[in-house]
Design a protein around this ligand. Structure first.
Ligand SMILES: C[S@@+](CC[C@H](N)C(=O)[O-])C[C@H]1O[C@@H](n2cnc3c(N)ncnc32)[C@H](O)[C@@H]1O
Length: 371
């Protein structure tokens, strides 16, 4: 059993380079192991026995849940239930979901839409599905107004014994940033000048990246102009940054941005919302956008997470009713898909009990090929 000790505190980000054991660097073996441990208490993250949860993919249980969800009256019930569970669990964790939402909906956020929306963008089909219990998926003001509270809630669910939501968020984001930093230092070592955050939503991941790399140029890119409007509105409410964030409304599969122009491309919590064909498209585009030596960082649900494998039937049914492509995400061998895209040194690590961070870099070999 290998342990990874990550000393953390609420200020984990202020001190982003805690000591890591060598296990951080090695590819996880396919055997049960503890991955993350707190400095002063027992391990909190563990892989389960399976490669993917029984409720996902093509197992009989997964098919049964899929059939139930495809029955409209059941789906409507689940959708309502999912919203209720989401909001009440958030508020039990002291996340002021309704207040945060009201604050956005009653603000001038609507004025940002004009500046941020690309009227000629054609949405991929999958994006027009209902998501997260919103009929319009990510294309609505309600989804945009609730996104930050939902993000905080994800952190608290991932690290339930943290003393506060803020602490949970710092751990979840701190461990992710640390995995990126470690990979980049080990395999590239070059400075990070330009960062692209694909699927930036309302900008939470983008701001963490901007704070971690204050001298880099940061771009957040998303398909939802509603989310980007909130991201931009929030910027205007915050102190001016030395590295202002640029927000782009585009499809991450075909960004139209110049090739080899980023040192870090991040996709945080994006892939589980996408069908396999879109995941392949996103990886291919990230590969095109990276400079030689640049790092790609994907963070999302881990199919091997013991916690996710052990979800109760009620919870996994609610989850599947709000995430139309979850089965495709779990079935896809992400590391293998990355290799097929051209990445050569894929590293995957559980950065909290529910999520993995998968990193790789564009080999310098590509310099030789491209000159
Ligand atoms: C869960 S949110 C991401 C949250 C954010 N990255 C964070 O860590 O806080 C997933 C985002 O991916 C975006 N998305 C999905 N498919 C996309 C695509 N093809 N191109 C760009 N954004 C996409 C959605 O609009 C949504 O905002």
């Amino acid at each position: 059993m290998s342990l990874l000790h990550i000393p953390y505190s609420c200020g984990a980000l202020a001190n982003p380079k805690p000591k890591l054991s060598n296990s951080w660097r090695s590819r996880p073996e396919r055997k049960k192991r503890h991955v993350i441990a707190r400095a002063s208490s027992p391990p909190v993250a563990e892989e389960g026995e399976l490669d993917i949860p029984r409720w996902a993919g093509e197992t009989p249980l997964s098919r049964l849940v899929g059939a139930l969800i495809s029955f409209k009256p059941f789906y409507s019930l689940m959708k309502l239930g999912a919203r209720r569970v989401l909001i009440s669990t958030a508020e039990k964790s002291n996340i002021p979901w309704r207040d945060m939402t009201r604050e956005i909906l009653e603000s001038n956020v609507y004025e940002e839409m004009e500046n941020v929306r690309n009227p000629s963008l054609v949405y991929p089909d999958y994006y027009l599905n209902p998501f997260h219990a919103y009929d319009e998926g990510n294309l609505s003001w309600l989804a945009a107004a609730e996104a930050e509270a939902a993000t905080l809630s994800i952190a608290k669910r991932a690290i339930p014994d943290s003393s506060s939501t803020n602490e949970a968020n710092e751990i979840l984001r701190g461990n992710w940033l640390q995995a990126i930093e470690e990979h980049h230092l080990q395999h590239s070592g070059s400075n990070i000048y330009d960062i692209l955050d694909i699927g930036c939503s309302v900008g939470v991941s983008t701001r963490y990246l901007a704070n971690q790399y204050p001298s880099a140029n940061i771009t957040g890119l998303d398909l939802s102009p509603y989310f980007l409007a909130v991201a931009q509105y929030k910027d205007k409410q915050s102190p001016v940054r030395s590295n202002p964030i640029k927000w782009i409304h585009a499809n991450g599969e075909s960004t139209m941005l110049p090739s080899k122009s980023y040192d870090l491309v991040s996709l945080a919590y994006v892939l589980h919302e996408c069908p396999a064909r879109a995941i392949r498209g996103l990886l291919k585009e990230a590969f095109r956008l990276l400079r030689p030596g640049g790092t790609i960082a994907l963070t999302d649900n881990s199919p091997k997470s013991k916690v996710l494998q052990g979800l109760s039937p009620v919870l996994f049914t609610l989850l599947k009713s709000t995430e139309p492509f979850l089965d495709e995400y779990y079935l896809l061998d992400l590391e293998e898909t990355m290799r097929a895209t051209g990445f050569v040194n894929v590293t995957s690590v559980l950065t909290d009990p529910r999520h993995r961070t998968v990193t790789d870099h564009l080999s310098d070999l590509w310099i030789c090929i491209s000159i």
